[in-house]
Design a protein around this ligand. Structure first.
Ligand code: NAP
Length: 247
């Protein structure tokens, strides 16, 4: 029987990692939260939906005999990472993390770091036209800022209609610089709010905003529990190989 590896997914990196491990002969199960309607699926087995908190994940792990858990969730998926840390500890299953490096703030300070969505909005004065690219969460709070409006871009539709003064663009990356410049010009954007997701594609909107002298508010990453973390797929594949798990 090949050793089993659980990947907590929801990112492109998780998918590519699963593909790489399956190609190397491992028995891989990728877990997806089930929030994306038509997710691109990795090789190997896939399960969908939450586990039911730490208790549910502990129960799941107890019945599955995984040799390794790889937390390859998005840098902002803090709850899943915390649950994985707690359940892995309880079940004595080794846990490692794949996390793309955060963007480094340029020396000349071309963005303002903020801790969360509310802090980002509090930093914008009345009348601002804001481009929001932070995903579906928190959009219900837009109504708390009636003096602001703008554009929300999301891959999936929000659960409820946006507040008055906001329009929605449903679209999926990658977006090139000309696309981002055009969108920001066309909508007379004055501020960009985004997450410090990292990655080379996602920084394009920040570059476009800087080009147009649009103020950028970057929500910094939540702190995740400490565990051995790899920032690249090849490095993690090599590390898994060196564990000498039978295939
Ligand atoms: P979260 O706040 O950390 O997790 C919320 C709950 O969703 C978890 O407690 C868990 O439910 C379930 N969940 C999350 N990831 C899961 C996974 N891989 N497999 C099974 N259940 C999972 O996560 P989130 O920020 O809502 O993100 C949800 C998913 O979207 C994650 O897989 C993440 O990688 C992906 N994603 C997130 C972002 C972002 O900006 N947050 C961006 C791109 C992709 P239970 O407690 O019931 O187990």
């Amino acid at each position: 029987m090949p050793e089993r590896i659980l990947i907590l997914g929801g990112t492109g990196e998780a998918r590519r990692l699963a593909d790489g491990l399956v190609e190397r002969g491992y028995d891989v199960v990728t877990s997806l939260a089930g929030v994306t309607r038509q997710p691109a699926l990795p090789k190997g087995k896939v399960r969908h939906g939450g586990f039911g908190g730490v208790e549910g994940l502990t129960e799941f792990l107890s019945g599955e005999r995984f040799s390794l858990i790889i937390d390859a969730t998005h840098p902002f998926a803090a709850q899943m990472s915390a649950h994985a840390f707690a359940a892995a500890l309880r079940c004595s299953v080794p846990l490692t993390r794949l996390e793309r490096p955060a963007w480094e703030k340029p020396r000349d300070g071309e963005w303002q770091s903020v801790a969360n969505f509310a802090e980002a909005f509090d930093a914008i004065s009345a009348g601002g036209t804001v481009f929001v690219t932070t995903g579906r969460k928190n959009l219900h709070t837009l109504a708390e800022y009636p003096s602001l409006g703008g554009v929300v871009r999301s891959i999936e539709a929000p659960n409820a209609p946006l507040a008055a003064g906001w329009s929605l663009i449903l679209d999926r990356p990658p977006f090139d610089i000309d696309h981002e410049l055009g969108l920001m010009r066309q909508n007379h954007i004055t501020h960009l709010i985004c997450k410090n997701s990292g990655g080379t594609q996602m920084i394009t909107k920040v570059k476009a905003a800087n080009t147009l002298a649009i103020a950028v508010l970057v929500i910094e990453r939540p702190v995740k529990p400490p565990c051995l973390t790899y920032s690249s797929i090849p490095a993690l594949l090599e590390a898994v190989g060196s564990l000498h798990l039978p295939r």
